[in-house]
Design a protein around this ligand. Structure first.
Ligand SMILES: Cc1cc2nc3c(=O)[nH]c(=O)nc-3n(C[C@H](O)[C@H](O)[C@H](O)COP(=O)(O)OP(=O)(O)OC[C@H]3O[C@@H](n4cnc5c(N)ncnc54)[C@H](O)[C@@H]3O)c2cc1C
Length: 369
């Protein structure tokens, strides 16, 4: 039987995999359940360089090291970070904003334009069908459903997210983030502009027992009020989305037989602040490397697996903090330590903090389905 590859899902990881395979002379077939790349709500996302250090420019690294060319919406030069009573302003080359979803400049739309292989839209093909018909299947559906079904997924938490596109006047180089448990208990909120006139605002809270009495709609109203006051603008909502019970977890095996788990199907979404784009793209590239005989997927994924585990320690630490503790951290970031953090580019703060915290933080894993 010759190698015949099906990619299930035309998102970041699936398309990055296809592009890499094509570069090496292999043509996969892609199956996407929606009608076009990113056919869902539009939102702004970010790539923050402190999370992928010692690399300091994710966009440059993706093009130079992996041949994945992406145009972000803007470079982030300023981040306003709020806790309940404190504010820190971080300035420098912090990373990039980018667009996702149903937009001609979204990351998935950009990647799809680079792909030459056939993409079957409106696909109803199941994993079972594809694995019968193809020698290899790349599972890139953006969630842990199939991994869970075959008991390969350790789910650590689920998150409820509410977001919207708002109109206004924005400095596209500045993002805002609130780690204030009155606004988002044990979670976070942010504003990411994706043009001078549009921004995405989102609220993410973990579905923990402590949050069982919290009403997302009430929290959302409070957050919208906060953002409007902070930006001193009415910020009318033009589009909205809501996701409940979004699973965050990781596969026990990145590859089982000839099935490769990539992107969120593997566990690219980091438990700490929900970053997952960079890891999703890399996982797609690495699966392709394995199929091209350039490395072993499981081995290539080890650093990403470690980042996930580090990020889980940070998430559990965050759940143990109070608003006072968060105020102390933001105060530190506003001063000398904030500057040191930005200047010391070789330092990955998540890696370091998680190693220091690990002996003191009980990393209780969630359901193990
Ligand atoms: C609201 C929100 C905000 C986020 N913000 C950030 C951020 O700021 N920074 C960051 O780095 N990360 C962020 N993330 C995480 C990041 O978006 C994901 O980790 C990343 O998109 C995962 O890529 P993927 O390839 O696994 O899935 P996706 O890019 O979602 O692609 C999955 C594709 O599979 C398709 N599909 C699904 N089921 C099937 C099926 N049965 N058959 C065929 N196709 C199917 C989908 O339609 C989709 O096109 C955010 C996530 C969310 C939900």
């Amino acid at each position: 039987m010759k190698m015949d590859i099906a990619i299930m899902g035309a998102g970041l990881s699936g398309l990055a995999c296809a592009i890499t395979l094509e570069k090496h002379g292999i043509t996969p077939t892609i199956f996407e359940k929606r009608s076009q790349p990113g056919d869902r709500f539009v939102n702004g996302e970010i790539l923050l360089s402190i999370f992928t250090r010692p690399k300091h420019d994710d966009i440059a690294s993706l093009s130079e090291e992996y041949g994945i060319f992406l145009k972000p919406a803007a470079q982030i030069q300023k981040m306003n970070l709020f806790s309940k009573n404190e504010k820190a302003i971080l300035e420098g080359q912090l990373g990039f904003t980018n667009i996702r979803g149903r937009h001609q400049d979204s990351f998935e739309a950009q990647l799809a334009r680079e792909v030459k292989s056939t993409i079957h839209y409106h696909s109803e093909a199941t994993y079972e069908q594809l694995s019968r018909e193809y020698s290899h299947v790349i599972l890139a559906t953006g969630d842990g459903d199939y991994s869970k079904k075959v008991r390969n997924f350790r789910e650590d938490l689920t998150v409820s997210i509410k977001g919207a596109t708002v109109s206004g006047n924005f400095d596209r180089y500045t993002v805002f983030s609130w780690i204030d448990y009155d606004l988002a208990p044990l979670g976070y909120c942010y504003l990411i502009p994706f043009s001078e006139k549009e921004a995405n605002i989102s609220l993410a809270i973990p579905d923990l027992p402590q949050n069982s009495d919290k009403n997302t709609d009430d929290l959302w109203e409070g957050f919208c009020q906060k953002v409007r006051t902070e930006l001193n603008q009415p910020l009318p909502i033009t589009d909205q989305f809501q996701i409940t019970g979004y699973p965050i977890g990781i596969c026990r095996s990145a590859r089982i037989g000839n099935t490769f788990y990539v992107g969120n199907c593997f566990g690219s979404m980091m438990p700490f602040m929900g970053f997952g784009q960079y890891a999703a793209i890399l996982s797609g590239v690495y699966a392709a490397y394995d199929l091209c005989g350039l490395g072993k997927y499981e081995k290539l994924m080890e650093p990403l697996r470690q980042s996930y585990e580090d990020s889980l320690v940070m998430r559990r630490a965050m759940e143990q903090l109070s608003d006072e503790g968060l105020d102390r951290i933001i105060r530190l970031l506003q001063g000398y330590w904030g500057e040191k953090l930005l200047q010391t580019r070789a330092l990955n703060p998540i890696k370091l903090a998680s190693r220091l915290l690990r002996p003191y933080i009980k990393v209780k894993n969630g359901t193990t389905s």
